[in-house]
Design a protein around this ligand. Structure first.
Ligand code: ZN
Length: 213
């Protein structure tokens, strides 16, 4: 059985909207974009320009998926039941999201129980690769790339491994930029090379929604 690769991009950054979405389109690839509804709040707290959540809606037409990422990017473990219900429910309505990426990777059993009532899958930031089908769709593992752990060689090797072993590799990105020195930045030049490698390996690039359903 061949492997599956999912490319996920968190937080709705403007440079991802402007550069990465067209790049994926030009390569015939689809991505999963986890967008907090209150993008302005995220922009202010992280000092990074973001694209408003409504502007992302049109990319679904190219086969991309919009995943819920709460309203305020709050840690879902720290909320009251009412707040949790609201942070989970509104993205499903406003983005037509059917899968969720836990903001900051924060989840526990009660968050998962509440999320299961609305979403078919939840992506954590726990490190690992998934089987096909996954053992637990509400606790999907990922390889979360930052400038602390990024290596083009290792990223390529994991894709090759997933393809040869028939695994589902979910990659998570935040900032993709050659000039940014932020913790969550992966170099754009490397990312383009990585997509070229993915193309050559021929691994199936799919959204979380399509793998789960
Ligand atoms: Zn996030």
């Amino acid at each position: 059985m061949p492997g599956i690769l999912t490319l996920t991009f968190d937080d709705g950054y403007r440079h991802v909207y402007k550069k990465i979405v067209p790049l994926l389109d030009s390569m015939g690839m689809v991505g999963v974009f986890a967008i907090p509804l209150d993008t302005e709040r995220v922009a202010a707290s992280e000092n990074m320009p973001v694209t408003p959540s409504q502007d992302w809606l049109s990319i679904v037409q190219q086969g991309h998926e919009l995943a819920a990422h709460s309203i305020s990017h709050a840690n879902l473990r720290s909320l009251s039941p009412d707040q949790l219900a609201d942070e989970l429910a509104r993205p499903a309505q406003e983005l037509a999201a059917t899968t969720l990426a836990y903001p900051g990777g924060g989840y526990n059993d009660s968050v998962v129980t509440a999320a299961m009532a609305i979403y078919q899958a939840g992506r954590t930031t726990d490190f690992g690769m998934e089987t096909v089908p996954p053992r637990d769709a509400m606790r999907l593992k990922t390889v979360n790339y930052t400038n602390r752990n990024w290596s083009l060689f290792k990223a390529n090797l994991r894709v090759l491994w997933a393809q040869l072993r028939g695994r589902w590799l979910i990659e998570t990105y935040h900032v993709i930029d050659d000039t940014s020195e932020g913790t969550y930045a992966v170099p754009y030049t490397d990312f383009v090379k990585h997509l070229g490698f993915i193309k050559r390996v021929g691994i199936s690039v799919r959204t979380i929604k399509s793998v789960i359903s």
